[in-house]
Structures are given as structure tokens and as C-alpha cells.
Design a protein around this ligand. Structure first.
Ligand code: ADP
Ligand code: MG
Length: 448
């Protein structure tokens, strides 16, 4: 069965039966990831959504799925990292070479011509100490397109608002100058488009399309490694646009000097532009973000916002996870949200706050299991060592969002497939073994 199509049809029916907020909150970025023996597995972006769908919408989803596809007996939910979904899709796109297939829901909000998503504006963008430089530079760019800060290069860790910011620039320019041609894309998309234009012998169309634009916005430029020809293409494009005083905007999760595999000539172009970073929001900014995003605050007990701001101090995406839950209680179920509710909710979901190195994590966990630290890095395969090693891999992935290859590399040069295997193994076991989840909880407590 074509999962995308089945889910697309199901979603269009689900959408009819729910309010917009409800639908957007819980069904965005969902996808069918597996189907076997009548059981449909739906991939969701995080555990909040998973729990919510399981508890509140399981029967409803099952009913709709049965209407769409006979033979469905049960439905299950699985937290899947968004990147994984995207990669899956891109792989499918390369394989099928069929850009017309059903796209995941998030793409429904995206303008096909320019790639812009209207939901990202400056109206709903909170400015604080953590991002005021990036904001100021954006405003200058908007007022003086192509003339002052070219390129504008925004960098910072994931979930801190880079995409929102550069999309908001695009949307503002679009509003101010309806005739200017804007393109928002990502390095990954640019690469796929380039490859597919080669395959279909339409490279010239591809080149022309990008040379006609007034504002080029390219997200997540950090994924350049191993894409030499794409980098060449980008370099020529950059020069052409730049010479024409066209505005160019990039984002990256790292400063250009730290992007692996980036060609020197591109790096030097980036360094000649305006480089601005976005940081982790400070406490005041977190409060401001919560206050902006939570509607109907009279239904939220005094102190909830401050409590969340104190306890969720990582990135904005994490804050949004909590906001969605609060919002759902208030809007969908008309319930009052108490401080107690939130404490309970956050108890299990608080991510690790502190920034510690991978070596520190290894040290702490090896210590917890009472084994010498260096056993983790070397090839020892005794049970007493293998398990803590797998737990370390799991924790680095799950709580710190570190990529599989990096984990492998840092833990004594192991292959990323080994890391994936370990991660999956622990994840599976966690569902079965209460002692293991207790251990991991304890470790999490120590790491916090
Ligand atoms: P990045 O691209 O850096 O990974 P995003 O731009 O995707 O981060 O931001 C993550 C989420 O946080 C998005 O839903 C975005 O709308 C929201 N967000 C980011 N920065 C802000 C901000 N300054 N004010 C309000 N919401 C923000
Ligand atoms: Mg982004």
C-alpha cells in the first residue's frame, strides 16, 4: 500500500472533524511509518504528541483509517525524529523520481512557488537578548535588499529560530515587494533539485530558475559535506546573484569555519558577509515566548509560565512542546491548567539542561555502573560493559540529539550502524523492563 496516500486521505477526513488548532497541533508532521498484519504505525514528532494521540484520539484515528483502508485492525504510535521522516521522504523521492507524490502535511502550508510558509512572521517572533543581533540585521536587510549585509549568514543550534527568522524575512519582503522573486530552499533541497535536473537533462532550466531571483534564502547549509558539485553550482550562483546586488541569506547550525566539508571559497564568501548568531533564550525571553504563545492565559494558574520557563531552558522547540500541551487542555477541553498538572507533566519530559561533553556523559555513566571509563571506548565485549555502552549511546541520542555517526566516532570509532542497533535495542527493552527505565531515570537525574 502507498502509505503516503492512505495517510493523506485519512488526514483530509480527520481535518474535517477537528478544529484547526486541534488538527495543526496534533497531526502536523505525522506519517504512516509501518503497516503489518493489520496494524498501522503512525510516526509522530515527539512523545507529547504520541501520548496525546494515544490517549485522546486512538479510536477516532482507527475509525478513519478503516474507512480509508480496509483491513486495518489497530493503530500504534511511534516517536520518529523529524529528520528521519524527511530523509525517508527524500530517499523515496530520489528512488521514484516522482515529485508529485503525496507530501507530508507540513508541506501543505508551504507556497510551492517560493517555498515560503506564511506561519513564520515577525509578528509572532519574540526578540530578546538571545537573538536581538540577528533580528536587527534582518531588519536592515529587509530595508536595504542586497546592499548592506550580503550575504546574511545566521547560525546557531537547532530549535533556536533560524528557520523562523529567515522565513520571516522572506515573507516580509514578499509583502513589501510583491513583484520581487524570492526563493526559500534548503541546501538539501537545492542538492536534490540539482541532481534531478542532471538526471532529466534540465540543468539549464535549473540554472536559469535560480538566476532570475531577487532574494535567495537557503536554510541548513551545514549539510554540504560530500556534495562537491552542488557546492560548485552554489558558488557560481552566489557570484552571479552577488554581482547583481541580489540579496542572499543562509542559515547553518554552525559558524562557517566549523562546517565540515565546506569549500574554502564558499567559506570565504560567507565570512565576508554579515554573520549573526542566535543563542539559547534567556529566562526573560523564555517567559516572553510562553506569554506570546499561550492564549487564554486566564485559564492557566499563576506561576505556570514561570515554572515552565525555569525548567525548560533548552531550545524553543522544547518550549513549544509544553505550550502545545497547555494549549490543548485550555482550548480543546476547556480545562484550567494548574501548576500541579504542569509539574507532573514535566517530571517525565524534562530534557537535560546542562551542556556537558560526550566525555562527561561517558564518565558519569561508567561511574554509575562502576566500570572503568576506558572500557567504554575500547573493544571489550563483556556483558557488564556492553550494556552501559549501549545505554550511553541511547542517552546521547535520545537526550542530547547527537547524530549516530558522531556518537560512533566519539565512542572509540564505532560504526554508526552499531550505534543505531544499540539505540533501538535499549529503546525496545525500555518498554519491557521496568528496572532499565528506572536506571535510565536515575542517570537522567544525575545528568540534569
Ligand atoms: P531552527 O531553524 O533554528 O532549528 P526554528 O526556526 O525551526 O529553529 O524554530 C523552532 C520553533 O520555535 C519554531 O516553531 C519557531 O516558530 C519557534 N520560534 C523560534 N524562534 C522564535 C522566536 N524568537 N519567537 C517565537 N517563536 C520562535
Ligand atoms: Mg531550521
Amino acid at each position: 500500500m502507498d502509505y503516503n496516500q492512505v495517510w493523506g486521505t485519512a488526514l483530509s477526513r480527520i481535518e474535517l472533524e477537528l478544529s484547526r488548532v486541534n488538527f495543526n497541533t496534533w497531526f502536523k508532521n505525522t506519517q504512516i511509518v509501518n503497516y503489518k498484519d493489520g496494524c498501522v504505525v503512525i510516526g509522530v514528532p515527539n512523545d507529547f504528541v504520541k501520548e496525546w494521540l494515544q490517549q485522546k484520539h486512538e479510536k477516532f484515528i482507527l475509525r478513519i483509517l478503516r474507512e480509508v483502508f480496509e483491513g486495518v485492525r489497530s493503530v500504534d504510535f511511534h516517536t520518529v525524529k523529524l529528520e528521519t521522516l524527511q530523509k525517508k521522504r527524500e530517499r523515496a523521492e530520489i528512488q521514484n523520481n516522482n515529485p508529485n507524490q503525496v507530501l507530508p502535511l507540513q508541506d501543505l502550508y508551504i507556497n510551492k512557488d517560493d517555498g515560503l510558509n506564511q506561519k513564520y512572521t515577525f509578528n509572532n517572533f519574540v526578540v530578546g537578548r538571545f537573538n536581538d543581533l540577528a533580528f536587527a540585521a534582518s531588519q536592515a536587510v529587509i530595508k536595504n535588499l542586497g546592499l548592506v549585509y550580503n550575504p546574511l549568514f545566521v547560525y546557531g543550534n537547532t530549535g533556536l529560530g533560524k528557520t523562523h527568522l529567515i522565513q520571516a524575512i522572506g515573507n516580509t519582503v514578499k509583502q513589501n515587494h510583491p513583484h520581487k522573486k524570492i526563493i526559500y530552499t534548503s541546501l538539501e533541497k537545492f542538492y536534490l533539485e540539482y541532481v534531478s535536473s542532471i538526471n532529466s537533462q534540465k540543468v539549464n532550466n535549473f540554472k536559469e530558475k535560480y538566476r532570475k531571483i531577487d532574494v535567495l534564502i537557503m536554510d541548513d547549509i551545514q549539510f554540504v559535506n560530500g556534495k562537491e558539485k552542488t557546492q560548485d553550482e552554489l558558488f557560481y550562483l552566489f557570484n552571479d546573484l552577488y554581482d547583481d546586488n541580489k540579496q542572499i541569506i543562509f542559515s547553518s547550525d554552525k559558524h562557517p569555519n566549523f562546517i565540515v566539508g565546506l569549500e574554502d571559497r564558499l567559506r570565504s564568501r560567507f565570512n565576508h558577509g554579515m554573520l549573526v548568531d542566535v543563542n539559547i533564550p534567556d529566562y526573560e525571553s523564555r517567559v516572553a515566548i510562553l506569554k506570546t504563545k499561550i492564549k487564554n492565559q486566564q485559564r492557566v494558574e499563576v506561576g505556570v509560565i514561570e515554572y515552565v520557563a525555569e525548567n525548560i531552558s533548552g531550545n524553543i522547540r522544547e518550549l513549544e512542546g509544553v505550550i502545545n500541551t497547555i494549549q490543548a487542555q485550555v482550548e480543546l477541553f476547556n480545562q484550567y491548567v494548574t501548576l500541579e498538572d504542569i509539574k507532573k507533566l514535566l517530571k517525565n519530559n524534562i530534557k537535560i539542561k546542562k551542556f556537558i561533553s560526550i566525555q562527561d556523559v561517558v564518565k558519569i555513566i561508567a561511574n554509575y555502573y562502576n566500570i572503568p571509563e576506558n572500557y567504554i571506548y575500547n573493544k571489550i565485549r563483556r556483558k557488564e560493559v556492553v550494556k552501559p555502552r549501549q545505554i550511553i549511546m541511547y542517552i546521547l541520542r535520545e537526550f542530547f540529539d547527537i547524530s549516530y555517526p558522531i556518537i560512533g566516532e566519539k565512542l572509540g570509532g564505532r560504526d554508526h550502524t552499531t550505534v543505531i542497533h544499540s539505540y533501538e535495542k535499549i529503546k525496545r527493552e525500555l518498554g519491557l523492563n521496568p528496572y532499565l527505565s528506572k536506571e535510565i531515570d536515575e542517570i537522567r537525574g544525575i545528568l540534569k
